[in-house]
Design a protein around this ligand. Structure first.
Ligand code: URA
Length: 436
């Protein structure tokens, strides 16, 4: 008879778990028999000692089996999904999903909410007036069959073990562990049933993985887990040193995504990363298509307005006001716009993504705890791009504010976020590597 303490001691001492031990742990967790303090101790032991590929695979499988799995077989065509490991100003789903659906891919996506400095797709979608994300599984499948695209919230029955484990990891300093992130992300992606998955694995200041090499190891682990189960999986390693988009906050990020699809934000980092990931998904859902041809198709789908139309179709199908696509000012707007100004001249050498995400959270765009309510209208618009010259008194950012209770905390955080340097520096590409 196994006992949780045995597993804690084994991992603490650097041992390798057997399949039975991993299944036992997840069964105990799912049935509510595992005490939180024992799970916390085991998580910390894993954080220090790690798990090898076999253990990580077994953990992923046990987590998938802890709940329901979505059957997408009633939908024709290649079912695609994407996942970002989390960042600031990372509204790529709003751009990628409609492009890929307009190109013929079937986008059946379940997304999450933001926590701490990172944003979540569901919170962004809910900034659109009337938009529902809590579709039943039948409504979800029907919508994908009809318009090729649905983005909804994950039900509590999908990988329930992850919900319980993530909540505890979040408060015990055990989020940034490669095997734990890999099993958490891939169990959810695999339970959602897509044939082709693109992972956007972030590294840098605003990411869980601060170092590129750790992010690459995480990406390789996740790709291997997916391929072992017969799925097509690719991963981008992309920088989260700076926020990806220039608008941070829920309605603000929807606004920026819509403006990209309207062709009003050409050449921005968000546009480049979103188009590249979309091109990979278009290629994966259309075997035989060259990547360069997929890139051209993406550009054509946006310039012809088909992608914007598809986003509108999704918004309407989920009860939202599709007129936001023609007039993004219909999105919730904050009452006050407050300029945050430079105190020093030079060049903008960098913007600390996590700090900016935290400042946006203080304004109410994010949650400090799961119970916090967010304000869809508030956030931060960055007014200067990395590498540009800056004068004293120039507006670096505009704060979109309703409740001013934590305005000072947000402004204090922002003081440390803009790195003004004496000389312009060369820029690195945002996607540093693709795992194909
Ligand atoms: N996102 C997830 O879904 N799980 C993690 O562990 C980290 C990021």
């Amino acid at each position: 008879m196994l006992h949780p303490v045995q597993l804690i001691l084994k991992k603490r001492n650097g041992g390798k778990h057997t399949p039975e031990e991993i299944r036992f742990l997840i069964e105990e967790l799912s049935s509510g028999r595992l005490e939180n303090y024992q799970l916390a101790a085991w998580l910390m032991a894993v954080w220090f000692r790690g798990m090898d590929d076999e253990e990580t695979n077994l953990l992923t499988q046990a987590m998938i089996e802890s709940g329901d799995q979505v059957d997408l077989s009633s939908i024709d065509g290649v079912k695609v999904d994407k996942h970002s490991t989390g960042g600031v100003g990372d509204g790529t789903t709003l751009v990628i999903a409609p492009i890929v659906a307009a190109a013929g891919g079937r986008v059946a996506k379940m997304s999450g909410r933001g926590l701490g400095h990172t944003g979540g797709t569901l919170d962004k979608l809910e900034a659109i007036p009337g938009m529902r994300v809590d579709l039943s599984q039948n409504e979800f499948l029907e919508q994908v069959r009809k318009i090729g695209l649905a983005v909804i919230s994950q039900t509590g029955k999908l990988v329930p073990a992850d919900g319980a484990m993530y909540a505890l990891r979040d408060v015990t300093g055990t989020v940034d562990s490669i095997p734990l992130i890999a099993a958490s992300v891939m169990s959810k992606k695999l339970a959602c049933g897509a044939d082709a998955i693109v992972l956007d694995v972030k590294f840098g200041h605003g990411a869980f993985m601060k170092e590129f090499e750790d992010a690459r190891k995480l990406a390789e682990t996740m790709v291997a887990i997916g391929r072992l189960r017969g799925r097509q999986v690719r991963a981008a390693l992309s920088s989260m040193e700076e926020p990806l988009g220039s608008q941070i906050g829920n309605a603000l990020e929807v606004d920026e995504g819509i403006r990209i699809l309207r062709g009003e934000r050409k050449g921005t980092g968000l546009e480049k990363v979103a188009y590249e990931l979309a091109a990979h998904l278009v290629q994966m859902s259309n075997q035989g298509l060259e990547l360069e041809a997929a890139r051209q198709q993406v550009a054509q789908i946006v310039s012809s307005g088909q992608a914007l139309q598809k986003l509108g179709d999704m918004i309407e199908a989920q009860g939202g006001d599709r007129r936001v696509c023609d007039d993004p000012l219909r999105l919730p707007q904050a009452a006050h716009k407050i300029a945050f100004k430079a105190e020093k001249a030079g060049y903008l050498g960098g913007l600390a993504a996590e700090t900016i995400g935290t400042a946006a959270m203080w304004l109410g765009a994010g949650r400090r705890t799961k119970a916090d309510k967010i304000d869809p209208a508030v956030g931060i618009v960055l007014e200067v791009e990395k590498g540009q010259p800056v004068q004293v008194g120039q507006t670096l950012a505009t704060l979109h504010v309703n409740d001013q209770t934590h305005l000072q905390a947000a402004e204090r955080a922002l003081h440390g976020a803009f790195h003004i340097v004496p000389e312009a520096r060369s820029q690195e590409p945002l996607i540093r590597e693709m795992i194909l």
